[in-house]
Design a protein around this ligand. Structure first.
Ligand code: PMP
Ligand code: GLN
Length: 384
């Protein structure tokens, strides 16, 4: 009886352990080259580490202000203004978060009420639907259009109704690499015009775009008014383990965001924020990131062009999709396990990015790895 009283009625019954944790553990257990979970196998810049060290040693070890270290918010405001031509007040419109994950969850908490619907494009990053569900909302999944995984705006129009409260955009897109176009932005403006729909724009790969430029939703006068822009220092500065990111949104939206932020984390790691504020003064690091990753993408693709995998070069992010339909009839979960255990290379299956699974023969690899690791991995891929 007592057990019944205490039994957890899960608020996220359909949610298991993330595929990223599962595949990274399998890679470790089977000593496989890990191209699964998205993180670099090289270190973040030495100067950045020295700066964190400096601030720690100099006693900057207590709580940061709740919205973040002012100097860092200022640097972010400058960067957004310079790159996307939109001013966000560092005082009232930018908040530093414990990674993009917390920013996504916090923005969803601030917006979603019980019974609201949120449009999520599939394949989708795994944290979006739980963030909606945990807040009493209903995810409405809209498929991206193959083969390039672009937006099908007619499908979006059909999915919008009076309950729609939120649309979650991710560009550059994990796992497909699709980069939102100006015409997509015009369609999103049109669909949301005159509605009370908010947008979360997950732009964590904003500095990893290989064709054209990143179109931030901050750049749209109309959309920026209803949008939470979210980014992550983890991707940009090769420091995913520091879990630092930020959200930028108009003041009224940010007020609501901060009501949750202050009770979810209150504030984020002080010496890391101070270090980023200094390090961001040099724009070179993020300005050359596109080229840095383009070389890695091309290295892998050139080395697997004679393999049996089919692919189209990714347009953004440090992920590449590979089609294995010429190789095996296995489903993607089994094929990924086989690759890891038998072929010594860990990859990510695509079906966990879909609410109802997926029968496509697609896997994702991460090329944020040292060149020699990529060359070795390419050899393994050519042997499959
Ligand atoms: N959004 C996307 C699309 C991602 O790929 C990731 C993972 N790296 C995140 C959000 C989470 O970023 P963070 O590690 O800063 O929480
Ligand atoms: N974003 C990373 C990926 O897509 C993983 C982050 C995580 O493990 N939660 O692989």
């Amino acid at each position: 009886m007592e057990n019944n009283i205490l039994s957890t009625q899960s608020k996220l019954p359909g949610t298991g352990t993330s595929i990223f944790s599962i595949m990274s553990k399998m890679a470790e257990d089977f000593n496989a080259v890990n191209l699964s979970q998205g993180f670099p196998d090289f270190d973040c810049p030495e100067e950045l580490k020295l700066l964190v060290n400096y601030y720690m040693k100099n006693g900057n070890n207590q709580y940061a202000p709740m919205p973040g270290v002012p100097a860092l918010r200022q640097m972010i405001s400058n960067k957004i203004e310079k790159l996307y031509n939109r001013h966000y007040s560092p005082e009232t419109e930018i908040t530093i978060t414990a990674g993009a994950t917390q920013a996504l969850f916090t923005a969803a908490s601030a917006i979603i009420r019980s019974g609201d619907e949120a449009i999520i494009f599939e394949p989708a990053y795994d944290s979006y639907a739980p963030a909606v569900l945990a807040n009493g909302g209903t995810p409405v999944f809209v498929p991206l259009a193959e083969p390039d995984f672009s937006y099908d705006w007619d499908k979006v129009k059909n999915a919008v109704n009076r309950k729609t409260r939120l649309i979650i955009i991710n560009s550059p897109h994990n796992p497909t690499g699709y980069v939102i176009s100006m015409s997509d932005i015009l369609s999103l403006e049109e669909i949301t015009r005159g509605t009370s729909i908010f947008v979360i724009s997950d732009e964590v790969y904003e500095h990893i775009v290989f064709e054209g430029r990143h179109n931030s939703l901050a750049g749209s006068g109309e959309l920026s008014k209803r949008t939470f822009i979210i980014s992550s220092f983890g991707k940009t500065y090769h420091a995913t383990g520091w879990k630092t990111g930020y959200c930028a949104a108009p003041e009224a939206l940010m007020n609501e965001f901060r009501k949750f932020h202050q009770f979810v984390v209150f504030a984020v790691n002080t010496p890391v924020q101070l270090a980023y504020a200094d390090f961001m003064k040099n724009e070179e690091h993020y300005m050359q990131l596109n080229e840095f990753y383009r070389k890695k993408r091309d290295l892998v693709l050139n080395n697997i062009k004679n393999s049996r995998f089919k692919f189209t070069g990714t347009k953004g992010t440090y992920f590449q999709l590979l089609d294995y339909s010429n190789i095996s009839g296995m489903n993607d979960m089994d094929f990924s396990e086989y690759m890891t255990k038998e072929k010594g290379i860990a990859v990510i299956p695509l079906s966990p990015f879909y609410s109802k699974g997926n029968s496509k023969k697609l896997i994702r690899i991460c090329f944020a790895k040292k060149d020699e690791v990529l060359t070795g991995a390419a050899k393994l891929l050519c042997n499959i």
